[in-house]
Design a binder for this molecule. Structure first.
Ligand code: FES
Length: 90
């Protein structure tokens, strides 16, 4: 593993290659990074194995990426999202 840099909600943070996006977020002390569309309730890692889709984030402008499955790469830009990100929302 080697040190890399990623951007999380506009802040540049250190990460390790091979780490998942969820691992980086949890390492930053974040327990939720998405809100539900209907009620705005907080969501983060639930299953941790790619089944529940609670951990969705935007990575490099691509919405609905499962943070527990996506491994970070140097220069990745991660942003929280609201529900399933749709144009004009959030
Ligand atoms: S935590 Fe369930 S899909 Fe990521």
């Amino acid at each position: 593993m080697s040190a890399i840099w990623v951007e999380v909600d506009g802040v540049r943070v250190a990460a390790m290659s091979g780490q998942t996006v969820a691992g980086v977020l949890l390492g930053l002390g974040r327990t939720s990074w998405r809100s539900t569309r209907r009620d705005g309730r907080p969501r983060g890692v639930f299953c941790g194995i790619g089944v529940c889709f609670d951990c969705l984030v935007l990575v490099n402008g691509v919405p609905d990426v499962r943070a527990c499955q996506r491994r970070v790469a140097d220069g990745d830009v991660v942003r929280v999202q609201c529900g399933a990100e749709l144009p004009g929302e959030c």
